[in-house]
Ligand binder design. Structure first.
Ligand code: SF4
Length: 55
């Protein structure tokens, strides 16, 4: 299963990932997204800030 990683320095806190895949992404205390699970299948969206890496 693909592993996803968010670079918090690039995250613009737009909420797209958290809204699209709430089972994979959550906001941290500072309002940046973080991945909390592996991703089943394609992400289905592209982070507009280029902050998400899929391995
Ligand atoms: S889609 Fe990208 S910029 Fe938006 S909250 Fe998620 S990681 Fe941050």
């Amino acid at each position: 299963m693909p592993k996803v990683k968010v670079n918090p320095e690039l995250c613009g806190s737009c909420g797209l990932c958290v809204g699209s895949r709430p089972e994979v992404f959550e906001f941290d205390e500072e309002g940046h997204a973080k991945a909390v699970a592996e991703c089943e299948g394609e992400l289905g969206f592209e982070c507009p800030f280029g902050a998400i890496d899929v391995e």
